[in-house]
Design a protein around this ligand. Structure first.
Ligand SMILES: [Fe+2]
Ligand SMILES: [Fe+2]
Length: 134
């Protein structure tokens, strides 16, 4: 049972970025499902590392894209990415420290970030890039 399903409200209108968001959601659901199935330790730590790497990669792609399309909000968007990665790193450290057990707070953070950052923040560079009025 996934913690969050993809739905149309997450579609920002830029296919490459939608695909990456979809990928992040998938890994988040894998962590949630693994934990719900009673897994802990290396399985969880590996998935948490994988999601951190996928986020880092996605943010770099997104930042390159924003620069390419001349998005004026680039700097503040980039700063938000950095802050998310630092919070993510703190969660990952905590999860490792307790032997590969993800907390409810971690899942709440992910769920909130995925929906609010994609819907509230990523949509802005997408609107700029596609010239859509929002
Ligand atoms: Fe994004
Ligand atoms: Fe973003």
């Amino acid at each position: 049972m996934p913690i969050m399903n993809w739905d149309k409200s997450l579609d920002i209108g830029v296919k490459a970025m939608n695909d990456e968001h979809h990928g992040l959601l998938d890994i988040m659901n894998q962590i949630y499902d693994a934990q719900a199935a009673g897994k802990q330790g290396a399985v969880i730590n590996t998935l948490v590392t994988k999601l951190g790497e996928a986020c880092t990669e996605h943010f770099a792609h997104e930042e390159a894209y924003m620069q390419r399309v001349g998005y004026p909000g680039f700097s503040s968007h980039k700063a938000l990415h950095a802050s998310l990665l630092s919070r993510y790193g703190a969660f990952a450290t905590q999860i490792r420290a307790v032997g590969g057990v993800a907390s409810d707070e971690f899942f709440q953070f992910l769920k909130f970030w995925l929906s609010s950052h994609i819907k509230g923040i990523d949509t802005k560079y997408a609107a700029h890039a596609t010239g859509a009025a929002r």
